[in-house]
Design a protein around this ligand. Structure first.
Ligand SMILES: *Cc1c(COP(=O)(O)O)cnc(C)c1O
Length: 452
């Protein structure tokens, strides 16, 4: 029997001022004088409270959250079990440093990750703070374990903003622009992108195309690791065609290449399974996790084959804060909530509600070029009417119209034209439906229907 989800805040969209309200505008002024301009915010609205599918701003407006702070607050932004675990741990100790005086929470999170990630082989985990740090460490392990240098990444990839992960990320604006020089020995290969790819839904051929290129440009014997998001996040929720991931994984195995699945965005029930790799039965050598792992507390991890991870010399992996005890307590509570509330089932349920609505919208509006995604990771691609030309300005307009009505919705993608739905997994049906209604109205307000 699955526990029912209850919420502290009323789960209702309710605006009491135009957006942004006066308090948010006052904070924007303070911010401009104090915070560097290089940090952007999607919405000019300052949060005061958040719970379930609702964010309350400093002016008392209640907004529907269809972004989860970028796929982080799957269990909600103030899940009581997570909040209690954080408080309880903070009252004992906030930090000792696992590399100085270790503690159980770190070990328990590692055990849980080893159990939940794909494959029943012997595994080990290491904990860090951010997704980028996890990716960096996966690359370190792959290089040390294989004695090779080259790392293969893909078009439309996003892996973070540190120097190495900028090199791994495919998009220059805003992530890499003028921040070079970048780390060497990164090779970018063509992705399977069914909507825009000549090979369409033929994932095996798309993988063979990438493999041919890897073998020509690098040589399989020189590749340390192949790094891929099983569903791409910032690149535009691109779901590779069936057979793409399995063919690449097979090639990696045959060539002694470490297959690294970056599950930072797609992991932890987001797509209706613990990890997105499961949908195609992929068993990665190393999995990177972060975002959804700890209910909003900063934590990330790499989990992988024991024989790979245990090759690293003692002291070679770590960091002052990695696996902070408060973050570990939050992760254990988050994972317990995911199990207890069966959030994989919730993700499927969200897909059942949202996907048919998006498909109907695509039939009615010729600015929607594609509808895709899995579970609670869904997207529509906005195009110039009747073409496949990306329409980023139009996508921004839709998001702005939705915000004006009280719905926070994120735009992403290599071409800046993908509207993505990433609601908290604990969002109520009525709140979700209201959010989609607003998205529909926003689309209609900026786009002409098909045939007009
Ligand atoms: C967000 C993200 C990262 C980077 O995580 P940070 O915590 O922002 O460093 C890496 N990979 C993927 C797939 C992501 O979505």
């Amino acid at each position: 029997m699955t526990a029912t989800i209850s919420h502290r805040l009323p789960q209702k969209r309710h605006l009491v001022t135009p957006l942004p309200g006066p308090e948010s505008s006052a904070l924007a002024k303070r911010r401009a004088a104090a915070v560097a301009a290089g940090v952007g915010s999607v919405v000019p609205i300052y949060a005061a409270d958040a719970d379930g599918g609702i964010i309350v701003d400093v002016d008392g407006n209640s907004l529907i959250d269809l972004g989860s702070g970028i796929a982080v607050t799957g269990v909600g932004a103030s899940n009581p079990a997570v909040a209690d675990a954080v408080a309880a741990q903070a009252h004992h100790f906030t930090h000792t440093c696992f590399m100085v005086t270790p503690y159980e929470g770190y070990v328990a999170v590692a055990e849980k990750l080893n159990e939940l990630t794909p494959g029943d082989h012997e595994k080990r985990s290491v904990l860090f703070n951010s997704g980028a740090e996890a990716v960096e460490n996966a690359v370190k392990v792959a290089r040390l374990a294989t004695g090779r240098d080259a790392i293969v990444a893909f078009d439309h990839a996003y892996h973070g903003r540190t120097n190495l992960t900028m090199a791994l990320t495919a998009k220059t604006q805003p992530y890499k622009y003028n921040f070079g020089p970048f780390a060497p020995e990164i090779y970018r290969m063509p992705m399977s992108y069914p909507y825009r790819d000549d090979l369409g839904t033929d994932g095996v051929s798309a993988a063979k195309r990438a493999i041919r290129q890897i073998e020509t440009q690098i040589g399989g014997e020189a590749v340390a690791g192949l790094l891929i998001e099983p569903i791409q996040g910032e690149g535009g929720f691109i779901v590779p065609a069936p057979g793409f991931l399995t063919t690449l994984a097979e090639w990696a195995r045959d060539n002694g290449v470490v297959f690294i699945a970056d599950e930072v965005q797609a992991g932890f029930c987001r797509t209706g399974t613990w990890f997105a790799s499961e949908a195609e039965g992929i068993v990665p050598d190393i999995v990177t996790t972060a975002k959804g792992i700890a209910g909003g507390m900063p934590l990330s991890a790499i989990t992988g084959r024991a024989d790979l991870l245990d090759k690293v010399h003692p002291g070679g992996l770590g960091g002052t804060y990695g696996g902070n005890p408060v973050a570990c307590a939050a992760a254990l509570a988050t994972i317990a909530e995911m199990e207890e509330l069966d959030l994989n089932a919730r993700a499927h349920h969200i897909e059942e509600i949202a996907l048919p609505r998006l498909r109907t919208l695509a039939d009615d509006l010729d600015v929607i070029g594609d509808v895709r995604g899995r579970g609670a990771m869904l997207a529509i691609e906005i195009v110039e009417p009747g073409t496949d030309t990306p329409a980023p300005a139009l996508a921004k307009k839709v998001a702005a119209a939705a915000l004006e009505a009280g719905v926070v919705i994120l735009v992403t993608g290599t071409f800046g034209n993908v509207i993505r739905l990433l609601p908290p997994l604990v969002i109520d049906d009525e709140t979700l439906v209201d959010g989609i209604d607003v998205l529909e109205q926003s689309l209609h307000s900026v786009a002409a229907p098909v045939g007009v």
